[in-house]
Design a protein around this ligand. Structure first.
Ligand code: TTP
Ligand code: MG
Length: 391
């Protein structure tokens, strides 16, 4: 029992209200208080991404064709989706969350679960709510409980712009009288099935014998019954911060060819650059690892003048380290590691020099190809790089 206590956590579900529309209203004060729809144009059969609560009063909803939304609410202001901006704002919000805990599961651009030490959740939620309001001027709803399911339901019940709790001990009084539709994960088909057998409230569902539920829901029955009872043991799927990323290669036979080593360094740099860009990270240091024929191993690192995610810069640094520390051939292993990782900026397309920009564009194209066709096809002709001839 004591052991179970000690691992118990409070769980917060933080979900921004009408997220894209709230960002637009924040940044254009004349839109505040107005029905705002963010989505595609009716001319191109666009759909609503989201809408302000003012527009929801007219029945406008996410995923509805914009044409239909404008019929329901002719006075609405329609704005295009500015994903880049919403993504930046989302990062600022998540950065506030990370002041409180490293245990963060990112669900979507505007939704995350946070794990807090048991007993600290509600106070943290109030503080987060205040900071997001004061620092970012955005409305946020936070549901607080002991598991993900109840935290999510707590947020649904608290929306908009509030902190709400649904503790396990309150399940009978607060949850059981509510309709089964409120249970996340129960789709309209399941709800209809339940109604067909006379189950309308979550309390009725919680009290239904398992074997009866199994007749209708098969292997999902237990999960459904446990949800109705407020039980959910799913752990947080947190993104633990990576401290470094590395690539290394041990040769089947010791290798004495310097050109071949450089080619491998190039491949490794390309792979590291790709992995950094895919995570939106920049690296501050590059480390070269070398193992010699006698198994002795060295690592040598260099701090870069500025953080980077460029294949070329990682390659050049690794190659220079190799030139300085290569010792005597042959080599048995070569590796490159990048560390000192931090969040990257959006591509600095405007303030970088022409050639750096070309390099960034090239890297982006390569990344797309790599996603499409995998690694193997993609080894840029090394000759393009024209490495300086060694003395
Ligand atoms: P949600 O959190 O589902 O919606 P919301 O934040 O707009 O409103 P709520 O107050 O109910 O939380 O989704 C977050 C964002 O994701 C939303 O602002 C826009 C985007 N989105 C779409 O682009 N299409 C969709 O169908 C949905 C549901 C959301
Ligand atoms: Mg939301």
């Amino acid at each position: 029992m004591a052991a179970e206590r000690s691992v118990q956590q409070d769980i917060l579900l933080c979900d921004l209200d009408a997220f894209f529309a709230s960002v637009e209203q924040r940044d254009n004060p004349h839109l505040r208080g107005l029905p705002v729809i963010v989505g595609g144009s009716p001319a191109t059969r666009g759909v609503v991404s989201t809408c302000s609560y003012e527009a929801r009063r007219f029945g406008v909803r996410s995923a509805m064709p914009t044409a239909r939304a404008l019929q329901l609410c002719p006075g609405a202001v329609l704005l295009p989706c500015d994903m880049e901006r919403y993504r930046r704002v989302s990062e600022q919000v998540f950065a506030i969350y990370s002041r409180f805990t490293p245990d963060i599961e990112i669900v979507s651009i505007d939704e995350a679960y946070l794990g807090l030490p048991s007993g600290k959740g509600l106070a943290a939620a109030r503080e987060i709510h205040r900071m997001v309001r004061e620092e970012l001027e955005l409305p946020l709803t936070i549901g607080v409980s002991r598991n993900k399911l109840l935290a999510k339901i707590a947020s649904e019940m608290a929306k908009p712009n509030r902190v709400g709790t649904l503790w396990p001990e309150d399940v009978p009084t607060l949850l059981w009288p509510r309709p089964v539709e409120l249970l996340p994960g129960l789709g309209p088909v399941s709800v209809q099935k339940l109604k067909g057998i006379g189950i309308a409230t979550i309390g009725q569902l919680a009290a239904t014998p398992l074997d009866l539920l199994q007749k209708y829901f098969g292997s999902s029955a237990l999960l459904i019954q446990r949800s109705a009872r407020g039980i959910d043991e799913r752990p947080l799927e947190t993104v633990h911060r990576v401290k470094s990323i590395s690539e290394e290669k041990t040769f089947p036979e010791d290798l004495a060819d310097e050109e071949a080593i450089q080619a491998i360094l190039m491949e490794q740099a390309e792979s590291l650059g790709y992995r950094l860009r895919a995570r939106g990270l920049l690296a501050r240091t590059v480390t070269l690892k070398l193992r010699f024929a006698d198994f002795s191993t060295i690592t040598r690192d260099r701090t870069l003048p500025a953080p980077t995610d460029s294949d070329l810069e990682i390659y050049q640094t690794a190659r220079e380290l190799f030139a300085l520390h290569k010792g005597r051939p042959p080599w048995r292993l070569v590796g490159v590691r990048v560390a000192g990782l931090g969040a990257g900026q959006q591509l600095a397309l405007f303030d970088s020099s022409r050639s750096a920009r070309k390099e960034e564009e090239l890297a982006l194209v390569r990344d797309r190809l790599r996603e499409k066709y995998g690694d193997a096809v993609l080894h840029r002709a090394r000759s393009l790089l024209k490495p300086r001839r060694k003395k």
